[in-house]
Design a protein around this ligand. Structure first.
Ligand code: TYM
Length: 335
């Protein structure tokens, strides 16, 4: 972070360390973090408290937390410039979440599609944390007076409720929070499942439906080979009628850098097999340097632990500023 007098804009985003990080997380979110990093003061969070809303084995959660931190760095984010840290290391997140819960309505929370979706998929564990998840996410963002939040399309509603909560509190007590803007890429905001292309790709779905960032080249080839397409035998970008083919085109375009129209022209009449192969190879090539760097970083756990510790300290200083200001404004006595 820069210390000069001109305030640089703040960018904030987070990823849950639950399951394996998949191509949708990479194309829809992390790649944009890397593109935007140099123009903002950035915080990239491993949101481990959010991950508690579904059941994880403790050892898995610990490992996945370290892996996600390593992955952020392996993808090109700079932990000296940006604050790459773990949510539970900065207690101000949980503190602010409580306060925001008191300014968030049951009606608003019950309209969240992620809550409806997750509670229908985990009927045996519809916990209160799942319901109040958006208040914790709003706390993440508002703690740092964030200007911009790069996310995939599935997080749009959570950004809207964050803005509503911020505006509500600012309306009651004067300017407490900066009201953040979402940054949602146009074409790659929703990478779809390979086996059910009407649904978004998700790390919590069955194995063949997603490509994990750390999948080996052979596994990636196999998954694309099995990707669901259609019987039209025509390569066109038409997400409504050809969701599988359109998804492959989006992924190929995002990873090769060639525009979708140019790909459609180039691949016309060449069959779905070629499209799948081309997409698999482009993904493999894009992920190779990330995987190599990840493997190197995971051999140095002491370095990763140091990064997380130091960056939690940097985050905490900023978080305390906002929390103190808020506590004062809302009437919590501060000796
Ligand atoms: P999570 O962990 O589910 O996903 C992390 C990021 O990846 C994006 N994403 C996708 N983008 C395109 N296509 C897909 N198939 C796809 N799947 C996931 C998500 O939109 C997200 O940007 N609640 C958040 C984590 C969070 C957060 C925050 C984000 C907690 N606090 C503060 C931003 C700011 C979540 O569950 O993301």
């Amino acid at each position: 972070m820069t210390d000069n007098n001109v305030r640089r804009q703040v960018l904030y985003s987070g990823i849950q360390p639950s399951g394996r990080i998949q191509l949708g997380n990479y194309i829809g979110a992390i790649r944009n973090f890397v593109l935007l990093e140099k123009d903002y003061d950035c915080l990239f969070c491993v949101v481990d408290l959010h991950a508690l809303t579904i059941r994880n084995l403790p050892a898995d959660l610990r490992r996945q937390t370290m892996e996600l931190a390593a992955l952020y760095i392996a993808c090109g984010l700079d932990p000296k410039q940006s604050i790459i840290y773990c949510q539970s290391h900065v207690p101000e997140h949980a503190e602010l979440a409580w306060v925001l819960n008191c300014y968030t309505y049951m009606g608003e929370l019950s309209r969240m599609t992620q809550f409806k979706d997750k509670s229908s998929r985990h009927k045996d564990n519809i916990n209160a944390g799942l319901f109040t998840y958006p208040a914790l996410m709003a706390a993440d963002i508002l703690l740092y007076q964030t200007d911009l939040v790069p996310v995939g399309a599935d997080q749009k509603q959570h950004l809207e409720i964050t803005r509503d909560i911020a505006l509500r509190i600012n309306g009651l007590y004067g300017d407490v929070f900066r009201v953040p803007e979402p940054y949602i890429p146009k074409t790659t905001a929703k990478i779809m499942s390979l086996t059910e292309p009407e649904r978004k790709m998700s790390k919590s779905d069955e194995e063949d439906s997603f490509v994990a960032i750390l999948d080996s080249p052979d596994v990636i080839r196999r998954k694309f080979k099995r990707a669901v397409t259609d019987s039209l035998a025509d390569i066109r970008f038409d997400p409504d009628n050809q969701p599988g083919v359109s998804n492959l085109l989006s992924i190929l375009s995002a990873t090769s850098g060639t525009g979708i129209d140019a790909l459609v022209d180039e691949l016309a009449g060449r069959g779905y097999g070629v499209l799948k192969e081309r997409t698999a190879e482009a993904v493999i090539e894009q992920l190779k340097p990330v995987q190599d760097e990840f493997a190197r970083l995971m051999k140095d756990k002491a370095y990763l632990a140091d990064v997380l510790k130091e960056n939690a300290g940097r985050a905490s200083v900023l978080a305390q500023r906002t929390l103190r200001k808020l506590y004062k404004k809302i009437g919590l006595y501060q000796p």
